[in-house]
Design a protein around this ligand. Structure first.
Ligand code: ZN
Length: 171
């Protein structure tokens, strides 16, 4: 976080990171908050299988990820689920079938900045398995995997690892 050194208000090399969530300039009292960001992760499920994606870019390139992403400004979390699943998988989500499960904190490290997130986990059950034509942007592949074959070490993010440790106990 110390990559930001120069105050964007007064221009002095006096910007101070508080170690938690804000930068402050003691010279001119400028303050910039790096508040917790909301993010969603959706477990798409059909019987005892789930649909996972493989990341094709950093952070955590090559690791497995649930569909989802950051909440946009002025958006409900359910709208985020619908938007992200359409963007990533061209899936048309029925919001009334989204089931909220739990939340877990995570840190998303991107280009020398740590973004603290609160990851909101949802389950979305589909009555039959689908395959999608992926636009090769954020994900390189997506596939169905039986829950009992899922290896937690292959999961990209700590919050999702913690989530699956609990989730797999209940199958
Ligand atoms: Zn300043």
């Amino acid at each position: 976080m110390k990559i930001l050194k120069y105050c964007p208000s007064c221009g002095k090399e006096s910007l101070h990171w508080d170690g938690e969530k804000k930068w402050n300039c003691p010279n001119c009292n400028f303050t910039l908050y790096n508040n917790v960001a909301g993010a969603v992760a959706v477990v798409i499920r059909n019987n005892d299988e789930i649909y996972l994606t493989r990341r094709n870019r950093d952070p955590k390139k090559g690791k497995l990820d649930l569909a989802g992403g950051f909440v946009d400004p002025k958006e409900s979390v359910e709208e985020t689920c619908k938007r992200e699943l359409f963007e990533e998988l061209q899936l048309d989500v029925d919001i009334s079938n989204l089931k909220y499960l739990t939340s877990l904190p995570n840190v998303y490290h991107y280009k020398e900045i740590d973004y603290n997130t609160i990851d909101l986990f949802y389950e979305y059950t589909v009555s039959k398995k689908f395959e999608v034509n992926l636009e090769l942007t954020e994900i390189s592949e997506a596939f169905w995997i039986p829950l009992k074959e899922l290896n937690i070490d292959d999961i990209a993010f700590d919050s999702q690892k913690r989530f699956f440790e609990e989730y797999l106990n209940n199958i």
